[in-house]
Design a protein around this ligand. Sequence first.
Ligand code: HMG
Length: 382
Amino acid sequence: MKIGIHDLEVATTHYVLDLDTLAERHGIDPKKFSIGLGQDAFSMPAPDEDIVTMAAEAADTLLARHDVSKIRQVLFATESSVDQSKAAGVYLHELLGLPANVRSVELKQACYSGTAALQMAVNAIARTPEEQILVITSDVARYALDTGGEPTQGAGAVAMLVTANPNLVEIEPGSGFHTSDVNDFWRPNDSTTPYVDGQLSLDAYLTATTAAWDDLAARRDLSIDDVDKFLHHQPFTKMARKQLAALAEHTGHELSDELIEESMSYNRALGNTYTASLYFALTAQLHNNADLAGKRLGFFSYGSGAVAEFFTGVVQENYRDHIYPEHVAKQLENRVELTYDEYRTLHSDFAATSETYTTQPTTHAPFRLSGVTEFQRRYEAQ
Ligand code: HMG
């Protein structure tokens, strides 16, 4: 029985900052961002947006095409959680009218946990193939102002429906894993921005993903040449190029950038979307390439701290009949461009926790955070 990603949808935020604007005000050559990091812009939430509103929008568009009564689990992966106790997915039950007879839980391991959620869903469907599972990856990557990580901020969500006999990608059994205790990037409970050791994070990413490939190669009869396209977690798109070059050197195989080129267009425009980044790479590859039927995709998932997984999936025959590139184009076009001063103010005003009624700039978004009263987050459809 084939099990995998049956359908997916994405969402991002109301605002965008063009990296040329940041470069100009910081006196940096814009090519450092566009070529050196491979990034053009990043999404930024309005005061009435967060991981829940993005997730609700992506899932709402997705579920309009499906029977929600078949959903048995909502697995919500994020590292920019809005509560230390309540799972973000529970808010979706009210907002989207999901059935009550559903397991709903939140998962965390930096940018990696979306992959854990996907694999948990695949394993559960193997036991009960008639059921469906909603997997959500949603994050706001927010670094401190005037730091090295600042141009790699971003925000976005990908919602995926995992089922038997999927329309998009069958996830193949057998992953390679790597876990090691590294302090490359972390966010303590009392900090709204992460701490990061930039160079260590690059090294940790390359070491862990290469080790994950080695683990898979030791367990499955799979050569690097059996993979037709590679997809990466893309904190910035240049990272995918760095990983592919490291993998080529490690395996002694020539691996051209054509193996990843089509996977980067959305992440270039969104910035780092943490848990969602790998699945925006998948979305871009499916949307930008008309010749993927029957082809094997290799997924490199990485979360700082650090956990990596390499796994594979096979694109299904009629996948082109089940993709909606126009929805992503609309998400990107609808974003309102910030000036530098507006960006700085928005960044500083982040994270209201007590009594707050938010302003309502999000004219295009179907859901919003209307405020926080008695320390409870209030969401509404609009
Ligand atoms: P930096 O010091 O700003 O940049 O830090 P740099 O000086 O290293 O330059 C970056 C690149 O631009 C270099 O290219 C330069 O040569 C090039 P490279 O040598 O690496 O190929 N460059 C130029 N290119 C063209 N024209 C120019 C020019 N000038 C320079 N004029 C760093 C970069 C990524 C460290 C920083 O942005 C950062 O700390 N980012 C956050 C951490 C991060 O993204 N790490 C990635 C791996 S860890 C990860 O993926 C996990 C994560 O997503 C979190 C999670 O799991 O939850 C972050």
